[in-house]
Design a protein. Structure first.
Lengths: 213, 367
């Protein structure tokens, strides 16, 4: 009885992490589709990420309720809750970015497209490593560090790419200031995903110390 | 009714043992909300009574060798002196143990009755006070490293580990309660064994001896202490004094239970004897000091950081002060009970009270 409940909760947590991981892939491909004017594929990925965000929300609420109503993991449930909420923000931000692209349809000149694709690739790598760190926290806390430093690496890389992109945008003589600001806004949007992954990694670093017996 | 009145000091000792020492077993589990208080109290009560009735004879026998209190009024006062010592020292926040108080009180009775204290038995008992926390530290050090290794290798999911730990805390807690009952019932009822007038009972083909009935009564007093007063102590232990993770708590309780069991098990003693191995003395030890030893073992496994060595000094001082205070109190109160309340506390045919001896000496000088 007690183990069947535990098993179901474990599956739900795994499913939640799967949704975050999948949203990172969908997000990266969505950005690429937008930059390459692949409208149909972009719309498909937009739909997918909206569905993923909704499903992740449902799973998070379900897990949180069960953790508290069944008084499970009393020592760590506050930490688990905070981790889930923060990682849910990551998936929310990924969805928002694709939704904003679909609404505002920024005009990205060809010379900046590869920069946006590269930036999205880097931020989604930070997100993937974050998910691996979270999985390790659940089963194998000793290995969390192995993933955390990769999250920090990709976050720094994303910052570097975002800065380069913004510098080239503002160095361009062909664009109006309003256009430049619009592109900077999307650069920030894409880059913020890695910052959120870093926030989760910071929490994980502390929670892992607390989890050691 | 008079019997119950005389047993009341032992029952009070039992109540205080339940109120305080159950927290050593279930404190962290309840304080960290891993186990509900009523689950802990029920498991602890049932197993403490079982331990007392089934395996309580070993430590009681050792206390009997130290000093066989031979009148029920004397037994009442010996237990009361121990109880008052524990109560008073607890009030003054001094380290105290029921085991050490009862030993002191019995030695006080020996002095009063003019009986020689068996120094062999006393040395054996006192040496276990030192050995038991050290042994507990050794066990918890080893178990801690073992648990850590198992968790590293098996990679158990945090939710599943939570479930395993809860079950472990209840199972090991039950073993701990059994060991506590077996080891410490001698403190509560040991002095009454040779004087309580309980007859053997035959129930459904089983003989329920007088001593077992006495231990059942003591066990029930411990259970009442657990249900009525241990909750607040458990919450203090779990949330305040020492912060342990549930897995470390499991290690602490396991180490403590094994030590209490080792010093109480006649079965183990028989097994060691049959294999020609040295036996472990069956002596009531302080569960609180054993727990401190266990926590210390975990501190050492962490590299010795954060260990408050002052605590060890305080425990060591308790090894001396508690029995001395209890012995003096026992001696004085026995004197009052005999001379002010006119109660016989020592059987006359065995030995005379010290004041009578003094009178004889004075008379001899006069003549």
């Amino acid at each position: 009885m007690i183990f069947s409940k535990t098993k179901s909760l474990e599956s739900k947590m795994d499913a939640f992490l799967d949704k975050i991981s999948e949203s990172g892939i969908v997000y990266r491909r969505g950005i690429k589709n937008y930059m390459k004017n692949e409208k149909e594929d972009f719309d498909l990925h937009l739909e997918q990420i909206i569905a993923l965000e909704h499903e992740a929300d449902e799973l998070r609420r379900n897990i949180e309720t069960r953790l508290y109503t069944q008084t499970l993991v009393p020592e760590s449930r506050g930490d688990i809750l905070a981790l889930m909420e923060t990682s849910d923000d990551v998936i929310g931000r990924a969805k928002d970015t694709l939704v904003e692209l679909s609404i505002e349809k920024p005009d990205v000149p060809d010379e900046f497209k590869s920069g946006f694709i590269e930036l999205a690739r880097s931020t989604s790598r930070a997100l993937e490593e974050m998910v691996l760190a979270m999985r390790a926290f659940m089963r194998d806390p000793i290995n969390v560090r192995n993933y955390l430093h990769k999250v920090y690496h990709w976050e720094k890389e994303s910052d570097r790419l975002a800065e380069n992109l913004k510098r080239s945008i503002f160095a361009s003589e062909d664009l109006r200031l309003s256009h430049k600001i619009h592109l900077r806004y999307f650069t920030l949007h894409v880059d913020t995903l890695a910052d959120l992954a870093e926030d989760v990694a910071d929490r994980l670093a502390i929670y892992t110390i607390k989890r050691s017996i | 009714m008079l019997i119950l009145l005389f047993l009341s000091s032992g029952l009070f000792l039992g109540w205080s043992l339940g109120a305080n020492d159950a927290s050593n077993i279930f404190g962290t589990a309840v304080g960290t909300r891993m186990v509900k208080f009523y689950t802990a109290a029920l498991v602890a009560s049932v197993f403490v009574v079982l331990g007392a009735v089934i395996s309580g004879a070993g430590t009681t026998h050792t206390l009997g060798k130290l000093g066989a209190v031979n009148m029920i009024a004397g037994a009442f006062m010996v237990a009361l002196a121990a109880a008052v010592t524990v109560f008073w020292m607890t009030k003054l926040s001094l380290p105290v143990s029921t085991s050490q108080a009862i030993v002191g009180a019995i030695v006080g009775w020996n002095f009063f009755a003019g009986k020689t204290t068996d120094m062999g038995a006393l040395t054996k008992i006192a040496s276990t006070w030192v050995i038991s926390p050290i042994l507990a530290a050794g066990f918890s050090f080893v178990f801690f490293l073992l648990f850590k290794k198992i968790l590293e290798v098996w990679k158990i999911h945090i939710f599943r580990l939570d479930a395993y730990t809860r079950i472990g805390l209840i199972v090991v807690g039950a073993f701990g309660a059994y060991s506590l009952g077996a080891n410490n019932i001698g403190n509560v009822m040991g002095v009454f064994v040779s004087v309580a007038p309980f007859e053997n009972l035959n129930l459904l083909g089983f003989t329920f001896s007088g001593v077992e009935q006495l231990f059942l009564l003591g066990g029930l007093a411990i259970a009442v202490g657990i249900f009525t007063y241990s909750k607040r102590v458990m919450l203090t232990v779990g949330e305040g004094v020492v912060k342990l993770t549930p897995q470390s708590a499991l290690v602490v309780v396991l180490s403590q239970s094994i030590v209490l069991f080792l010093f109480a098990s006649k079965g183990l003693e028989a097994w060691l004897l049959s294999h020609g191995l040295p036996t472990i003395p069956l002596v009531p030890v302080s569960s609180s000091q054993v727990v401190i030893g266990s926590v210390l073992g975990i501190g050492l496994a962490h590299g010795g950081r954060g260990i408050q060595y002052k605590v060890l000094g305080r425990i060591a001082s308790g090894w001396v002060t508690t029995p001395v205070i209890a012995a003096v109190l026992s001696f004085i109160s026995l004197f009052f009970l005999q001379n002010v309340f006119d109660q016989q506390v020592v059987k006359p045919e065995t030995l005379l009270g010290i004041h009578e001896t003094v009178n004889i000496e004075i008379n001899t000088q006069v003549y």
